[in-house]
Design a protein around this ligand. Structure first.
Ligand SMILES: [Zn+2]
Ligand SMILES: [Zn+2]
Length: 292
């Protein structure tokens, strides 16, 4: 094995201040991190943070790359309601700008639901909404020079959710001019059998085959629920339905793609052990130079 090329990290809380977030990243050995820049369950826009400069300086000093934010869960660019679509566009624009001010590179956005209007209509709305949100973000008053890049995440395929397949992710990438984030727990419950013999390698190959170089990020979560159940739920790596031997082949098929865990918080010891475990599964503790 030529060494590890994937940066490994996890979602971290910001409730104790962003200096605390940087400290946690250091303690857990994170090489990449994900945060929320606003309350993900409410429409209130992100507020400017006094500790923004501390976060920018701290994450740079630690060499955190990429810095990732997860957008509000409420955002649905594909909604049947025009009012909800407009609200979603505006909310995403504010998140992209606020994330940019924190030095965030990528903002993960859910693909949303077509609400019964059909996948074709939903995809059209999603692509259109993405374009509007990016335009809007760039023009926001006080938006800094750098606006973060939106990446679309695959869904579990519940109800009328869009993008539970790699084909759909590939389509939104091509039509929307965006990159994507693949959540492994979502892919598994949507029917991608990572647990089968050689499954990790095969699923990674299929992803690269269909989405190409538009894969920006992996959300590495073990699945609480069964293959094909279309039900979300994350477990710590090795504690869910996905066989732990799926991962070395999976990482091998996705060289250089950063990996963020969104698994349940444990003790600091348990969380740093999980980061360590995933680093080992991805090829070792030391990171090989990019491009190996
Ligand atoms: Zn998500
Ligand atoms: Zn999930």
């Amino acid at each position: 094995m030529p060494g590890r090329t994937n940066s490994i990290g996890r979602h971290l809380p910001t409730s104790g201040g962003l200096a605390g977030t940087v400290e946690a990243a250091r303690e857990l050995g994170c090489e990449t991190v994900q945060i929320f820049v606003s309350n993900p369950q409410a429409w209130a826009d992100p507020r400017g943070r006094q500790d923004a400069d501390t976060f920018v300086a701290g994450s740079r000093e630690l060499g955190i790359s990429p810095v990732v934010a997860h957008a509000k869960y409420l955002i649905n660019l594909a909604s049947t309601s025009e009012e909800q679509r407009d609200l979603s566009v505006l909310a995403l624009a504010h998140e992209l700008a606020a994330a940019g001010a924190l030095g965030v590179d990528l903002v993960v956005v859910h693909a949303g639901s077509h609400g019964g209007d059909g996948e074709e209509k939903g995809m059209e709305r999603l692509v259109e909404g993405l374009g509007r949100a990016r335009e809007r973000a760039a023009g926001l008053d006080g938006a800094p020079g750098a606006v973060a890049e939106p990446v679309i995440e695959n869904s579990v395929g519940a109800g009328t959710q869009l993008c539970s397949t790699f084909e759909d992710l590939g389509e939104v990438a091509r039509r929307g001019g965006v990159r994507v984030c693949v959540d492994t727990a979502h892919a598994f419950v949507a029917g991608y059998d990572l647990s089968a013999e050689g499954g990790g390698r095969r699923v990674a190959a299929e992803l690269v085959d269909v989405v190409g170089d538009a894969v920006a990020l992996v959300h590495l979560n073990d699945a609480k629920n069964e293959l094909g159940s279309n039900r979300d739920g994350h477990r710590k790596v090795g504690e869910g339905r996905i066989a732990i031997d799926a991962w070395p082949g999976f990482f091998d098929g996705l060289p250089g793609i950063p990996v963020v865990m969104e698994t349940p918080y444990g003790t600091p010891e348990a969380d740093s052990e999980e980061v360590l475990l995933v680093k080992k599964l991805a090829g070792g503790l030391r990171k090989a130079p990019i491009g190996r």
